[in-house]
Design a protein around this ligand. Structure first.
Ligand code: ADP
Length: 307
C-alpha cells in the first residue's frame, strides 16, 4: 500500500424507498457518499477511500458506519456527536414520478466542520479532497467558512481538490448566499464538475461554454460539465474535449448518474492523468448506473473489467 487517500466530505442520509404493500426499504445514500462508493468500486487497492462526515451515537448512526465500512470505505475520520442522529429522506412514487421528502434540518452532518482540528487532520491526510455544494449548504455559515479555508489550504498544498456544485436552492437561506458560497467553493478547487441543467437554471448560463468560462474565471483550472444523455464537455487547463454519453436502451433510474460519473472519472483520472479517457470510462459506468434502480449500484454490475 502506498497509502494514497481519496477523501470525500459531506452528508450520507438514511434513505427510505417504497418496497410494495406499504412497506419501506431502508438504504443509505447522499451525493458525496455516492461518489465515494463509485470511486471505491473503480480505484485499485493502492488507494484508500475515506468518508468524512458527522454522525450521532444512535443505532442508525452505528448501522450507517457499518454499511460504509462494508463498502470498503474508511470510517475512522467520521465525527460522532452525542445525542444526534443522521438525516433521513423518503422517496415517494406517484404515477411513476419520484418525489422526495427530507428530514435533515438537525442532522449530525451539519456539524461535520465544527471540530476544526479533526477536519484539518483529515484534509491533510488526503491526496484528493472531494466536496459539493450540498456539503457547503448544510453547514452553518461559520463552519462553511472553516471548511473553505481548509479546502484552500489543500489546494495551495498541491492536492487535487474537486467540487461538484450540486445546486439545491432549497438548502440555502438565499440565492445570494448560494451564489457567493458556491462560487467560493469553485474558486478554492482545482477541478469543478457541474451539471449543466443546474448551472443554466440557477446561474443563468446560456451555454456550456458559459459555465466553463465562469468557473475557470473564478480560478478552477479544470472543468467537466455534465449534460445528461448529451455527454460531457471537458476543459483541462484550456484544452477542450467533448465526450458523448453512452446509448442506454432503457433508462430505469437516473439517481446518482452525476455522482457515479464523478467517482468513476476521478478514479480513472487519478490512475492515468488522461481526462478524456477517464470521461469515456465514467460515461460507461454512469450508463450502467442509470440502467439500474437506486443510487448505489454494486461493483459487480458496473462492467469493470480487470478489477
Ligand atoms: P446529474 O445526475 O448530476 O444531473 P447528468 O444527468 O448530467 O448528471 O448525468 C451524468 C452522466 O450520466 C452523463 O454525463 C452521462 O454519462 C450519464 N447519463 C445520464 N443520463 C443518461 C442517459 N439518459 N443516457 C446515457 N447516459 C446518461
Amino acid at each position: 500500500m502506498s497509502g494514497r487517500r481519496f477523501l470525500s466530505i459531506g452528508e450520507c442520509m438514511v434513505e427510505l424507498s417504497q418496497a410494495g404493500d406499504g412497506l419501506l426499504r431502508k438504504g443509505f445514500a447522499g451525493d458525496t457518499f455516492n461518489t465515494a462508493w463509485y470511486a471505491r468500486a473503480c480505484l485499485g487497492p493502492d488507494w484508500s477511500v475515506d468518508y468524512f462526515t458527522a454522525l450521532g451515537d444512535d443505532a442508525m448512526s452505528d448501522e450507517m458506519v457499518a454499511f460504509i465500512d462494508k463498502a470498503g470505505i474508511g470510517t475512522s475520520l467520521i465525527r460522532r456527536v452525542r445525542g444526534r442522529t443522521p438525516g433521513l429522506y423518503m422517496i415517494s412514487l406517484k404515477n411513476g414520478e419520484r418525489s422526495f421528502s427530507y428530514w435533515r434540518d438537525s442532522s449530525a452532518a451539519r456539524s461535520l466542520a465544527a471540530d476544526p482540528d479533526r477536519l484539518r487532520e483529515a484534509v491533510e491526510s488526503a491526496d484528493l479532497v472531494y466536496f459539493s455544494g450540498i456539503t457547503l449548504a448544510i453547514l452553518p455559515q461559520e463552519d462553511a467558512t472553516t471548511l473553505l479555508a481548509e479546502i484552500r489550504r489543500a489546494k495551495a498544498a498541491g492536492k487535487l481538490v474537486v467540487f461538484d456544485p450540486n445546486i439545491r436552492p432549497r438548502l440555502w437561506s438565499s440565492y445570494d448566499v448560494m451564489h457567493t458560497t458556491i462560487s467560493e467553493g469553485a474558486r478554492s478547487s482545482v477541478l469543478v464538475m457541474p451539471s449543466f441543467d443546474d448551472e443554466a437554471a440557477h446561474f443563468g448560463d446560456d451555454s456550456i461554454e458559459a459555465t466553463i468560462h465562469r468557473y475557470r474565471a473564478l480560478g478552477a483550472a479544470n472543468v467537466v460539465v455534465k449534460n445528461g444523455a448529451d455527454g460531457v464537455r471537458l476543459n483541462f487547463a484550456g484544452d477542450e474535449t467533448f465526450v458523448p454519453a453512452e446509448t442506454v436502451e432503457t433508462v430505469v433510474d437516473t439517481t446518482s448518474a452525476g455522482d457515479s460519473f464523478n467517482g468513476a472519472f476521478l478514479a480513472r483520472y487519478l490512475e492515468t492523468q488522461d481526462a478524456p479517457a477517464a470521461a469515456r470510462f465514467a460515461a460507461s459506468v454512469a450508463a450502467r448506473v442509470v440502467s439500474e434502480h437506486g443510487a448505489l449500484v454494486a461493483k459487480e454490475k458496473l462492467g469493470l473489467s480487470g478489477r
